[in-house]
Design a protein around this ligand. Structure first.
Ligand code: ADP
Ligand code: MG
Length: 256
């Protein structure tokens, strides 16, 4: 397939479908009386070039939703689309390839390789996949991530916040259609967390990335364009470009 054809196809996908969506997704764990519905008939579309935060109490289904959308876990029923591709019906090897080629994931623990420099860590997944990094794209990520000369340092020589920014740059390096992050600031102090969130925000604003992030921190959620609130496996509420105080007020009222 020529490069031109591929670009045209990608352009079509960009204009026709949300980056990802769930349609009537239910995820149950366990059997019989012990069954837990981690997700209960959730339908949601995640738009391209937007930063979406997912909030909710512990156990409300946030990680399950993220994992199901990212193809890391399969729903009990319902459909999940990445662009136009329905992913729940894909066989394991197809799903693995799709995740590698089209999805980025940032975990709470950074998962960097200790023997490689920051720069080497950033391009490692593409090396493994035998793909050539787009040098302009990687350069813009590296500039946005703001690590400067520390790119030649190994993870042990970097702060937690710097390591997480390397992990975020790595998730973006293959130019995925969507980046998922599960509590990416959970292990960071507030200043490092703010740096990471600033990076994700710039990736959306300056590079057009699509980011979906689970967080329990109203300040983190305030970086997003849209905040979805889960409760008991359902989407209970959503807010658009809320302030941290707006988010906090909503959470307080829930508790009342
Ligand atoms: P959150 O990320 O919002 O804290 P989760 O998505 O991790 O919530 O979990 C939602 C519900 O599903 C919880 O009740 C949790 O105990 C249950 N759950 C999640 N993963 C599993 C699992 N692998 N086996 C059994 N129950 C699970
Ligand atoms: Mg969770």
């Amino acid at each position: 397939m020529s490069l031109t054809t591929l670009t045209a196809q990608q352009a079509t996908t960009v204009t026709t479908a949300p980056a990802a969506r769930a349609v009537n997704v239910t995820k149950r764990y366990g059997a019989g009386d012990a069954t837990v519905a981690a997700l209960d008939d959730v339908s949601v579309a995640l738009h391209r070039g937007r930063f979406t935060a997912i909030m909710g109490p512990s156990g409300s289904g946030k990680s399950t939703l993220l994992h199901v959308l990212a193809g890391l876990d399969r729903p009990t029923s319902g459909e999940v689309y990445l662009g136009d591709t329905e992913i729940t019906s894909l066989r394991d090897n197809r799903l693995t390839k799709l995740r590698r080629d089209r999805i980025g994931f940032i975990f709470q623990s950074f998962n960097l390789l200790p023997t490689l420099t920051a720069a080497e860590n950033i391009v490692l997944p593409m090396r493994i996949a035998g793909r050539r990094a787009d040098p302009d794209w990687v350069a813009s990520i590296v500039e946005t991530v703001g690590l400067g000369e520390r790119l030649d340092h190994r993870p042990a020589q970097l702060s937690g916040g710097q390591q997480q920014r390397v992990a975020a740059a790595r998730a973006l390096a293959s130019r995925p259609e969507i980046v998922f992050a599960d509590e990416p600031t959970g292990a960071l102090d507030s200043r490092s967390g703010a740096e990471l969130l600033g990076f994700l925000r710039s990736a959306v604003d300056e590079l057009g990335q699509t980011v979906v992030m689970v967080t329990h921190d109203p300040k983190a959620a305030a970086y997003a364009d849209r905040v979805l609130f889960l409760a008991d496996g359902q989407i209970a509420h959503e807010m658009h470009a809320p302030s941290a105080d707006d988010v906090l007020d909503y959470m307080k009222n829930l508790g009342a």
